[in-house]
Design a protein around this ligand. Structure first.
Ligand code: HEC
Ligand code: HEC
Length: 341
């Protein structure tokens, strides 16, 4: 008994000694949300936090709305479908899609999509969207005009804009909006996503222990990811037959674009009445239209998309330079031509 108590004390003292001899022992876990850490370091809370006092708001309902376009109403029963044509995940992933969060590099993203079995899409992933400071950036004002103004500054407005304009669907009710936001907050960046070096980790932990510089630690965290998703519209090459000047297409890379992007929506008419598959006939059809100035030319649809006709219709969003590079479009062309032989 006596021995037990004494060895208990010894053990506790030993643990305390070891703990204090580890100067950089982590004070936050690897999967702690970046927004929580920034909060601890003195950053004011995000205005895009979900308002959970709205009756019926829940992350689970938000997830269902995003993935299936439908959920249970707070008062029982089912909602109507948000859109007749799409679900949010037709055009957006919900997991990390960039190996390096500080750049928007479509080839790095395609490689990452291959390794991780993701789709390669026109919309930006929802993963980390709550960590951003603006939405519908860059050239999107050219497409949506004044509509992007509020969407740039508020995630709620961005969701609202996309639900109506991209999904071609109905407006979200307030509890649905807060639910989608609540779901998005489950997809915020985690500490481990920042790929910090040991030294950087130590800087942050020191600040969290109150022994460092909070502003510096916050700045370090922010330097590890883009605070917006850049968007640059580009035109197809002037001469479609010649293709992009000086760019040689790689059919092997084009195959992945076709499979991880085009087929995501067009296989078995999943989100479009226009069906694409791996038959020679389909590739011949695409080849025949490639150089034409019509809506079946990949140059046309990739860079301009198709316009939603009035009367709410499915349409194809364009790919910005950040979502498909000039090289990648030539790769897709090369793949189509190789398969049409
Ligand atoms: C038909 C394709 C499509 C559908 C369906 C769609 N979106 Fe989008 N969404 C886009 C495109 C394209 C953009 C352009 C900006 C970007 O994501 O980079 C966008 C932008 C956004 C943005 C701003 C992203 C940013 O970083 O700028 C949010 C938020 C968003 N959508 C939410 C939703 C939600 C919620 C739904 C479902 C209700 C939805 N979207 C359905 C294509 C789509
Ligand atoms: C996010 C979903 C989505 C992705 C990804 C996508 N498309 Fe589309 N595409 C559509 C929709 C929706 C239409 C509208 C036509 C319809 O449904 O009738 C369309 C239209 C087209 C058309 C014109 C058909 C017509 O009837 O006007 C072509 C050609 C086309 N897509 C090719 C492609 C190629 C090539 C890719 C890959 C680079 C691709 N699409 C990727 C959704 C998508």
């Amino acid at each position: 008994m006596r021995i037990g108590v004494i060895s208990g004390f010894v053990l506790m003292a030993l643990v305390a000694m070891i703990a204090s001899s580890l100067p950089d022992r982590p004070v936050v876990a690897d999967d702690t949300e970046v927004s929580v850490i920034l909060g601890l370091l003195g950053e004011p809370p995000s205005p895009n936090r979900a308002d959970m006092s709205v009756t019926g708001a829940s992350a689970k309902r938000g997830e269902e709305l995003v993935k299936y376009g439908i959920t249970t109403r707070p008062d029982g029963g089912r909602t109507t479908k948000q859109s007749r044509h799409f679900v949010c995940t037709s055009c957006h992933n919900q997991v990390r899609e960039d190996p390096d969060l500080t750049v928007a590099n479509p080839q790095a993203r395609l490689d990452y999509a291959r390794t991780n079995e993701l789709s390669f899409l026109q919309g930006t992933t929802f993963y980390g969207t709550v960590n951003k400071k603006s939405w519908y950036n860059g050239d999107y004002y050219k497409k949506y005009g004044d509509l992007v103004e509020p969407a740039r500054k508020s995630l709620r407005e961005a969701i609202h804009l996309c639900a109506i304009e991209c999904s071609q669907g109905r407006e979200l009710e307030p509890w649905e909006m807060e639910s989608v936001l609540a779901y998005f907050w489950t997809l915020g960046y985690r500490l481990k996503d920042l790929d910090l070096s040991d030294k950087e980790m130590a800087t942050i932990q020191q600040a969290l222990r109150g022994e460092g510089n909070n502003a510096e630690a916050r700045e370090l965290i922010h330097s590890k990811y883009l605070d917006h998703s850049p968007a640059t519209f580009i035109a197809p090459p002037d001469d479609r037959k010649a293709g992009a000047p000086g760019v040689e297409g790689d059919p092997e890379n084009g195959k992945y674009i076709y499979e991880l992007s085009c087929l995501h929506c067009h296989e078995d008419e999943r989100y479009s009445f226009f069906a694409l598959d791996n038959t020679r006939m389909t590739f011949r059809f695409l080849e025949k239209h490639l150089f034409a100035y019509d809506r079946y030319s990949i140059y046309q649809v990739v860079r301009w998309g198709t316009s939603p006709l009035t009367g709410k219709k499915a349409y194809m969003p364009q790919y910005t330079a950040e979502k498909m590079s000039v090289q990648q479009l030539e790769d897709l062309r090369a793949y189509i031509l190789s398969q049409a032989r």
